[in-house]
Design a protein around this ligand. Structure first.
Ligand SMILES: Cc1cc2nc3c(=O)[nH]c(=O)nc-3n(C[C@H](O)[C@H](O)[C@H](O)COP(=O)(O)OP(=O)(O)OC[C@H]3O[C@@H](n4cnc5c(N)ncnc54)[C@H](O)[C@@H]3O)c2cc1C
Length: 364
């Protein structure tokens, strides 16, 4: 493979969104994945677009999460318009449920810190909660409503990204593990089992696997897998409504009624064996939130590897002064944070490319 302006390593939601944006800007792009495009964390994720479930202290990442949340409608609209793919994207909000006085005080303190960050939150009485979510536990003491939060099916996003990338001429190569990267100031050499590819730019976006790929001359923040289980069942569409959260448990419902309960969090390497005890624990916790789930047959369970990171947020930026860009470590929020990660990386690369004498050469 020769003649690319940019080679993106890792075709999850992060690498694929970057490849799409770079190709839209006129760069010739290759997108490489050791497995199948979008088959890892970006297939497994629940798809909550929910900064209120994640952030309470002021930080650049809290602001970044909110910027992404506000970008999502345009991101989905553009992908849909370009590809004609249907994307299940719902802006139904989220409810943090309280059961006890202690829960209530905790959530209240959190909510007041979050409103300082610009997160919109309303208090809900028990009656309002039960009107909004008839399936919620009868003994719930009310909740806090986050009206701006939403939900997307990441598998729909990945299908649309594949279509969009192909339409813009991105060369997608699956089953091609990258063995090493040799970045230089004006070039990145990507070493695969099939040989080396040189490009003006490299992008490392291999999720939880990112720091397993040796990058010559650079010491990069370590990424590591944080395994999460999810389990799902079919219910009537619209029977849940907003995202329901309580402590580490959540329930979300796709537009077709498929309802997902999550999640777990384990650090056990890349162990792909589903753990029945962990799944039973998730179902029990979910039934605490919505008792009807106690009597239901769950149709499907799966797991994925969140890209954990040894830094206080995802790594998005150049590797030293080289032609390699890093975009990994989005941990629990990679579905949420894809739109702005992609536009930032693509804008930085294309504005540097414009300064190069050669400039981008590709066309749709
Ligand atoms: C159970 C669970 C629930 C989640 N829920 C949410 C949620 O509600 N909201 C949210 O925003 N986020 C959620 N996440 C997190 C989100 O899924 C991730 O942050 C996001 O998918 C990361 O995307 P990525 O592209 O960085 O990684 P991935 O999707 O994992 O993609 C990385 C790609 O790199 C490829 N790769 C690996 N090694 C190599 C190599 N050597 N050469 C070439 N390619 C390679 C892999 O095959 C893979 O396709 C959840 C994750 C899990 C597991």
């Amino acid at each position: 493979m020769v003649g690319f302006d940019a080679v993106v390593v890792g075709a999850g939601i992060i690498g694929s969104s970057i490849a799409w944006r770079l190709a839209q800007a006129g760069l010739r792009v290759a997108l490489l994945d050791s497995g199948r495009m979008g088959a890892e964390a970006s297939w497994a994720g629940a798809g909550m677009l929910a900064p209120g479930g994640e952030f309470e202290a002021d930080s650049p990442w809290a602001a970044f999460a909110l910027e992404n949340l506000r970008s999502y409608p345009d991101f989905v609209e553009e992908l849909t318009a370009e590809t004609g793919e249907t994307i299940d994207f719902q802006q139904l909000g989220a409810i943090e449920v309280a059961f006890s006085e202690d829960d209530w005080r905790l959530i209240e303190a959190r909510a007041s810190a979050q409103s300082m960050l610009g997160i919109t939150i309303f208090r809900m009485s028990p009656q309002e909660l039960h009107e909004e979510v008839p399936m919620a536990a009868g003994d719930a003491a009310g909740g806090w409503f986050y009206p701006e939060e939403g939900l997307v099916n990441p598998r729909d996003i990945m299908r649309a990204l594949r279509t969009a990338c192909i339409a813009w001429g991105v060369v997608i190569r699956e089953g091609v593990p990258v063995r090493a990267i040799r970045p230089k100031p004006k070039e990145a050499e990507i070493i695969t089992a099939e040989g080396a590819i040189s490009a003006r730019w490299g992008v490392l976006a291999a999720g939880a696997w990112s720091s397993l790929i040796p990058v010559a001359g650079c010491s990069l923040p370590r990424a590591f897998p944080v395994r999460g289980h999810l389990t799902g069942l079919h219910l009537e569409p619209g029977s849940i409504g907003p995202i329901l959260r309580y402590e580490q448990t959540y329930i979300v419902q796709r537009a077709d009624g498929f309802t997902i309960a999550g999640a777990s969090s384990e650090q056990c390497g890349f162990n792909r064996a589903l753990d029945p005890l962990i799944l039973a624990g998730i179902r029990e916790r979910a039934a605490r939130l919505a008792p009807r789930l106690a009597n239901c047959d769950f149709a499907e369970s799966w797991l994925g590897f969140r890209p954990g990171i040894e830094s206080d947020g995802p790594v998005i930026g150049p590797a030293g002064g080289t032609a390699l860009w890093l975009a990994y470590g989005h941990y629990r929020n990679g579905i949420l944070m894809a739109p702005v990660t992609a536009s930032r990386v693509a804008q930085a690369i294309t504005s540097s490319s414009e300064k190069d004498s050669s400039g981008p050469t590709g066309t749709r």
